[in-house]
Design a binder for this molecule. Structure first.
Ligand code: GAL
Length: 703
């Protein structure tokens, strides 16, 4: 079997420099003399790729229909002459003021029926025909002009779809939503009434024209209406992306087309769907500077992005060199932190590291956001670190195209479950999907155990979750995704999968039957994808596979904790669980509303096991239990030296393997390695020392 990096997915990258290093470049903020200085300094910093002109629509078309490419021609020419490749943006995230004034009905409307004014970016309704027409028009003009320009190596469509305009509640959206619902419900209004549960409070629709977006009313709306509206809104943004992508494609063969996702925290897009529509998965990732778990968060976001990329290399399209400007307190990154963060992403599969933005703005909303070239120019710490990082990226460029060694643990991530769990009117606002998933991931990270993030079982979305025995014999050619990246998982973690698709229980049972081990977290399998509670005892969809029923869900008060007799601690949540005859109780609640009842349960199923946790385990408990369950599932131990703030990962390719060690701690880390350390340019014979806050990348000796 060819190595993954020789598959079609590697060819998709075309002439994109790898490892890519660079930033968003917004030349419309500067004069031509500055452009010349910029390209010279970019070379000095090792920049080889810039995302160009993301918000440049009004620069390119200052008046309706008057296209002016003079500036863009000059900038692309300068970049080309400097050997810097261009990821050319379509500027459609920022429609010009003239457009908004000519088409006021393209401005988004809030749930309270307030039409937003022009003046910022993403001031468009994704269903607006005028917006769509003009977006494709400017995109086509750019693609015709620059599609085969030798400097243009890839395309950046729009920007962070939905970030500021996730939902629009205008009449155009309402009509588009009805059309979407017609398809979804086969024009059957009774089916819609049933699935939305509109007999509650007597809200049944008697005609289609009464159906619309979940506009603000006196109180709560049907949860299923919100779920469908979110799916619809996401589909509208995706169709805007597709229209531009398809307009570019014929003019720019061989150049990958993508858009920048926000996999870390954006709740309004189903990125499993988006990732199938982009040639290269690209992610923007910003840390919350005051997040005490921000180091583990980096690994989480990178693992999620790699999962969305199906294990293939991906691109870190944006992060910050230091502070952002949009948090309550915008803390600077400490010395070395930028490099550590960037290389953490590379260690977890990124084939490029780019920033927002190249030159720090002198004016405008983001003038206090850090950049590669700060206000103070090249005499600054940030500049020195950015230039040093450029050199580091070049030194490790040989890892390009290699993939992360597959993990044996899979963590299921699902957007429908996320959306449904966090609707209003749930048992507890403290059941926060992303926090729960982050907590499970962080416990593995602390123990040095790697995991891949995969679609929830039963979604029919690849990569499938296969136990080792099945994966080893899998010859399926359903797609040419690298099979090495389709990990032979032994342990499948399913925290708080509240809403489930049909087939989820069967998929879990099949995984366990074939020898896989499953751990399901609290409040899972409770509703279908319309948020309808399954009939019979909880958790309707999963009670058979889990071998238990839940008599009652018992949320805890904000600061309340519940103790388990194995020493673990739960928070937020407890359940009164009734085990089936063949289900073992591994730990009981010793206090709290479920005192005396089962808290951790397990049963054998086929060749594997299924476990259930009936509470949100706190960090310390997850740190203790997850490694234990991983060992019981036969997972290999963490790479030596990995854990407690030292990340050790491996990328492999046809020409070799590379060990990445990122030391987030304040003491030196020692780990076994033999080969050649690329950053310092030194042989490593048996033992590697990674200084506090440092990073090492060892090309391993084949032995
Ligand atoms: C991103 C956005 C960039 C810039 C950055 C600041 O969300 O794509 O254009 O605004 O945030 O952190």
């Amino acid at each position: 079997m060819p190595h993954p990096s020789t598959t079609r997915f590697d060819r998709v990258w075309g002439r994109v420099p790898r490892l890519a290093y660079g930033a968003d470049y917004n030349p419309e903020q500067w004069d031509p003399a500055t452009w010349r200085e910029d390209t010279a300094l970019m070379r000095e910093a090792g920049v080889n790729l810039v995302s160009l002109g993301i918000f440049a629509w009004s620069w390119l078309e200052p008046e309706p229909g008057r296209l002016d490419f003079t500036g863009m021609d000059a900038v692309i020419g300068l970049l080309h002459d400097s050997g810097i490749s261009v990821d050319l943006a379509t500027p459609t995230a920022a429609p010009p003021r003239w457009f908004s004034h000519a088409h006021p009905d393209s401005l988004p409307v809030t749930a309270e029926n307030v039409r937003l004014a022009p003046g910022s970016r993403q001031t468009y309704c994704p269903s607006s025909p005028a917006y769509r027409e003009h977006a494709v028009r400017i995109t086509s003009a750019l693609a015709e002009r620059y599609g085969d320009h030798p400097a243009v190596v890839m395309w950046h469509v729009g920007n962070e779809y939905g970030n500021a305009n996730a939902h629009c509640f205008c009449d155009t959206s309402a009509a588009a939503f009805r059309t979407w619902l017609h398809t979804e419900y086969g024009r059957d209004l009774t089916a819609l009434n049933d699935r939305w549960g509109t007999s509650f409070w007597g809200m049944r629709y008697s005609a289609w024209d009464q159906v619309g977006p979940p506009r603000t009313s006196t109180g709560s709306l049907p949860p299923a209406q919100w779920l469908d509206f979110r799916r619809f809104s996401d589909a509208e943004h995706l169709s805007c992306y597709r229209a531009e992508r398809d307009a570019i494609r014929p003019h720019s063969p061989g150049r990958p087309i993508t858009t920048n996702l926000m996999t870390g925290n954006f709740a309004e897009a189903d990125y499993w769907r988006w990732s199938r529509e982009v040639d290269i998965v690209a992610n923007d990732h910003y840390l919350n500077a005051e997040d005490e778990h921000r180091t583990a968060e980096l690994a989480f976001a990178a693992d999620l992005t790699r999962g969305l990329a199906g294990g293939r290399p991906w691109l870190l399209m944006e992060h910050s060199t230091s502070a952002v400007q949009w948090q309550p307190r915008n803390l600077a990154k400490a010395a070395g932190e930028m490099a550590r963060n960037s290389l953490t992403h590379v260690a977890r599969g990124a084939d490029g590291v780019l920033f927002f933005q190249w030159r720090q703005s002198a004016f405008g909303a983001e003038q206090w956001h850090s950049a590669m070239l700060p206000h103070g120019g090249t005499k600054t710490r940030i500049w020195r670190e950015a230039a040093a990082l450029g050199a580091s990226v070049a030194r490790v460029a040989e890892v390009a195209g290699s993939v992360c060694e597959p993990a044996q643990i899979a963590l299921a991530w699902d957007y429908d479950a996320w959306w449904a769990l966090e609707l209003p009117d749930r048992p507890s606002r403290d059941m926060v999907y992303r926090e729960e998933l982050r907590g499970w991931h962080r416990a593995l990270w602390t123990a040095g155990l790697r995991c891949d993030i995969v679609p929830a079982p039963g979604r029919g979305l690849e990569p499938s979750v296969l136990p080792r025995e099945a994966a080893d014999t899998d010859n399926s050619e359903a797609d040419d995704r690298p099979k090495d990246a389709e990990a032979p998982y032994r342990l499948l973690l399913v925290p708080s999968l509240y809403a489930v698709a049909p087939g989820t229980a069967e998929a879990l049972a099949a995984f366990a039957a074939a020898g896989g081990h499953v751990v399901v977290g609290p409040f899972s399998g409770v509703t279908d994808l319309d948020d309808r509670i399954f009939p019979g005892p909880y958790p309707g969809a999963l009670r058979e596979v889990l071998g238990l029923t839940v008599d009652e869900f018992l949320p805890l008060a904000a600061d309340e904790r519940t103790s388990l007799d194995d020493g673990s601690t739960g928070r937020t949540w407890a359940e009164r669980v009734v085990p089936a005859a063949d289900t073992a109780v591994d730990a009981r609640f010793t206090d709290g509303p479920a005192a005396g009842g089962p808290a951790l349960l397990s049963r054998s199923l086929g060749l594997g096991t299924v476990r259930y946790a009936a509470t949100r385990l706190n960090d310390a408990s997850l740190r203790c239990l997850l490694p234990r369950w991983a060992t019981a599932a036969g997972c290999a131990p963490a790479l030596p030296g990995s854990g407690d703030g030292v990340e050790v990962t491996r990328r492999t390719g046809p020409t070799g393997s590379w060990l990445f060690a990122v030391n987030h701690t304040v003491t030196p880390a020692l780990l076994p390695a033999t080969g050649y350390e690329l950053l310092a340019g030194q042989p490593v014979e048996g033992e590697l020392t990674v200084p506090p806050g440092g990073v090492a990348v060892v090309r391993e000796d084949p032995a």
